[in-house]
Design a protein. Structure first.
Length: 396
């Protein structure tokens, strides 16, 4: 049924067409019409304007719900790169000692001949010593003097430190003293420590009269020295060890006994196996290569290593002129050092003499000719021990 037409019918009959009448009419008809339809009927009963296609009805935009700002999340950092050391190959220029640490005071653990190849993996803080791969050394490491190694670029090599201990305590030898295999004078002498040598302390005996130190020549890399001759700070934090190096629980303190001051004794020098045929070092001087060397070792008499041999070949700036060399010799110990100059398998006569404390003693020798120095401890009453450092410089 057309409701608007029904309204027109009412108008033709003279009735007023209103929304109320229409609603009443609808109610009588009991039609359920949505409210939207009623509103349209009200509009339809009035003047109807044609729709305007150019007008787009505005739709109500829904209000967006407030967005929550996401909480920051932790971004994992990239893993730190693992530092890898690429060994630098070097060539030994002279016969040299391989030592357990970056100093001539450390024990010799082997010998390298001229021309041998080494793999350099680091250096000491001064740059004067290279750490090399050396399987028979402590922790597979050995130390050689950098001046006698011809190598490529070594600036990027890391600085290597000696093995750290839990205590981190260090000391310094106040004088020459023995390193023993246990905390007492009845234990075997492993070697000698020179004055001012730095020591890494790893323990003490119960009476604190002996200190365990890092020492490559000892069992497990350890040795014992008399505490009375070590300059150090308080050692209260050092662990108490028995003779085997095992930690023990200190006993309760009893009556205080008078302290016993140990007396350091000199031991014989360790044999290093050198001879006239196999010298400790062999140096060939040249204007563009090696022009100076220093060598440290020890000898003793009548027991221990009796002599050391050093071979060197001087050069001259001009052909036909003699070579000029300067010799310096520093010694410690309770004996005297006897020095002989050899050539062609026998000692030279009339060359002069070289004694301890000589500084820059000048000698003129034939250029291009090999010479040898024989150094030995002069005999005397009892054991005579001498530790020395020899420096030889070839002048231009």
């Amino acid at each position: 049924m057309n409701l608007c037409r029904q309204c027109v019918d009412y108008l033709q009959l003279g009735y007023n067409c209103s929304l109320d009448k229409v609603m009443n009419r609808l109610f009588l008809w009991k039609l359920a019409i949505p409210a939207v339809t009623l509103a349209m009927l009200a509009i339809a009963c009035g003047p109807v304007a044609p729709p305007d296609a150019s007008v787009t009805p505005a739709l109500a935009s829904p209000t967006p719900a407030p967005s929550q700002t996401p909480l920051p999340t932790s971004t994992p950092l990239p893993p730190s790169p693992t530092a890898t050391v690429t060994p630098v190959e070097g060539t030994v220029s002279v016969q040299i000692n391989v030592r357990s640490g970056p100093n001539v005071s450390y024990s010799s653990i082997g010998i390298l001949n001229s021309g041998e190849k080494v793999q350099i993996i680091g250096k000491d803080p001064s740059g004067g010593w290279y750490g090399i791969l050396y399987p028979s050394g402590p922790r597979g490491l050995g130390w050689v003097m950098a001046v006698y190694i011809q190598a490529g670029e070594t600036a990027g090599l890391p600085v290597l430190a000696l093995q750290e201990t839990g205590s981190g305590l260090t000391g310094k030898a106040a004088q020459t003293l023995n390193v023993r295999s246990g905390p007492g004078t009845d234990y075997e002498v492993l070697g000698m420590i020179q004055p001012d040598t730095s020591l890494v302390l790893t323990g003490k005996n119960e009476a604190a009269t002996w200190l365990q130190i890092e020492y490559a020549a000892g069992e497990g890399g350890k040795g014992w020295v008399a505490a009375a001759y070590v300059q150090m700070n308080d050692t209260a934090s050092l662990p108490v060890l028995n003779a085997a190096g095992t930690p023990v629980t200190p006993t309760a303190p009893g009556p205080t006994a008078a302290p016993v001051t140990p007396t350091p004794t000199l031991g014989p020098a360790n044999a290093d196996g050198d001879s006239s045929a196999i010298p400790a070092i062999q140096v060939i001087f040249s204007p563009s290569g090696t022009r100076q060397f220093s060598y440290s070792s020890d000898v003793s008499s009548p027991r221990g290593d009796a002599e050391d041999w050093i071979t060197f070949t001087p050069y001259a700036g001009l052909v036909g002129l003699p070579a000029r060399l300067l010799f310096s010799l520093v010694c410690t110990g309770n004996g005297n050092l006897a020095v002989e100059l050899w050539q062609n398998g026998g000692p030279l006569a009339g060359w002069g003499r070289l004694v301890c404390d000589d500084q820059d003693k000048s000698l003129e020798l034939t250029a291009g000719t090999p010479y040898q120095l024989r150094l030995c401890a002069a005999p005397g009453d009892g054991l005579r021990y001498v530790r020395y450092t020899l420096t030889v410089r070839n002048e231009p």
